[in-house]
Design a protein around this ligand. Structure first.
Ligand SMILES: NC(=O)C1=CN([C@@H]2O[C@H](COP(=O)(O)OP(=O)(O)OC[C@H]3O[C@@H](n4cnc5c(N)ncnc54)[C@H](O)[C@@H]3O)[C@@H](O)[C@H]2O)C=CC1
Ligand SMILES: CCCCCC(=O)/C=C/C=C\C/C=C\C/C=C\CCCC(=O)O
Length: 268
């Protein structure tokens, strides 16, 4: 996707992976709205980006993605402020197995809503110009992970992305939907997870066996791949220290006999 002059909305963009993604999008010439509940970090990030990329290219919007009115209001603010919308990165997420309902609300319910809003504002059948949605899932959405509710939310994001990416949706709306699945990356989410000690020890063991931690720029390379590859729709990209790979190339039962694979129709 050519991003010069385009408009992006990134949730959970005050810090961590959301901030890294937002900066990569700014570097490619787009304008970016940063949504987050962390007002001080969000304002600081926006001020930093304004200095580097121009005050007219970045804005912070205080928004709790789990509050329906706030998320809907934020999408409208972005369109009012920048005059359109071309790219949505549904990134905000938490790991909290104690407050597990909240974990589902932030990581899955809000991503569903963010996709619906992306389709509403960018979908051609609604008067938009088409666009791209990138959902932040996790390797935990692809393989067993010792925090089951977190893993469920991330697997849900994978299913949502694949299904929204089906041809019929793209044909109507010209909005492609893809997902990024990183492994452990150095951000604040690792610092103090609300998980029982045995789950934490299991994670540390997985981290060691998997080759260790990634850094934010490693994950941003995955985002860049999804931004560059205009033929991808409903795609799920794993990003780990071992490299990147797409998931989901297996045919479903409906295509198995013919050996054909439903091609993605990419016209966005
Ligand atoms: N760091 C890691 O190892 C991995 C992280 N992820 C995912 O990446 C995404 C970003 O996480 P990180 O940058 O690692 O963590 P982080 O904790 O540094 O950043 C998360 C951001 O989301 C914001 N946020 C949380 N709840 C929110 C809400 N209700 N409304 C709006 N903003 C909210 C936080 O204020 C924070 O700025 C999450 O979806 C996470 O699940 C996926 C795979 C690996
Ligand atoms: C294998 C799946 C990886 C997916 C990771 C993910 O999506 C989110 C993880 C969030 C929190 C995990 C918490 C702790 C991890 C364990 C150890 C971290 C050690 C950090 C360090 O600096 O050594």
């Amino acid at each position: 996707m050519q991003l010069s002059g385009k408009v992006a909305l990134v949730t959970g963009a005050a810090q961590g992976l959301g901030k890294g993604c937002a900066e990569a999008i700014l570097e490619r010439g787009a304008k970016v709205a940063l949504l987050d509940t962390n007002e001080s970090a969000g304002q600081e990030t926006a001020a930093d980006f304004a200095l580097k990329y121009g005050a007219d290219r970045c804005t912070f919007i205080l928004c709790d993605v789990t509050a329906k009115d706030q998320l809907e209001g934020a999408f409208q603010k972005v369109v009012d402020h920048f005059g359109g919308l071309d790219l949505v990165v549904n990134n905000a997420g938490i790991l909290n197995e104690v407050q597990w309902e909240k974990c589902i609300d932030v990581n899955l319910v809000s991503v569903v809503r963010g996709c619906h809003l992306g389709l509403r504002y960018m979908g051609k059948q609604n008067g938009g110009n088409g666009g791209l949605i990138i959902n932040m899932s996790s390797v935990a959405g692809l393989y067993a992970f010792p925090s089951p509710v977190y893993a469920t939310t991330k697997a849900g994001v994978v299913g949502l992305t694949r299904s929204l990416g089906m041809d019929y949706k793209l044909g109507r709306d010209c909005v492609r939907v893809n997902a990024l699945c990183p492994s452990f990356t150095t951000t604040a989410i690792l610092a103090d997870p609300e998980v029982p000690e045995d789950q934490y020890q299991h994670m540390k063991d997985m981290l060691e066996r998997g080759g260790g931690l990634m850094q934010i720029p490693d994950v941003v390379k995955g985002l860049a791949k999804l931004l560059d590859e205009d033929d991808k729709n409903g795609a799920v990209l794993e990003v780990t220290v071992q490299g990147m790979k797409y998931h989901g190339d297996e045919s479903g039962p409906w295509d198995r006999e013919s050996g054909t694979h439903q091609p993605n129709l990419c016209i966005a």
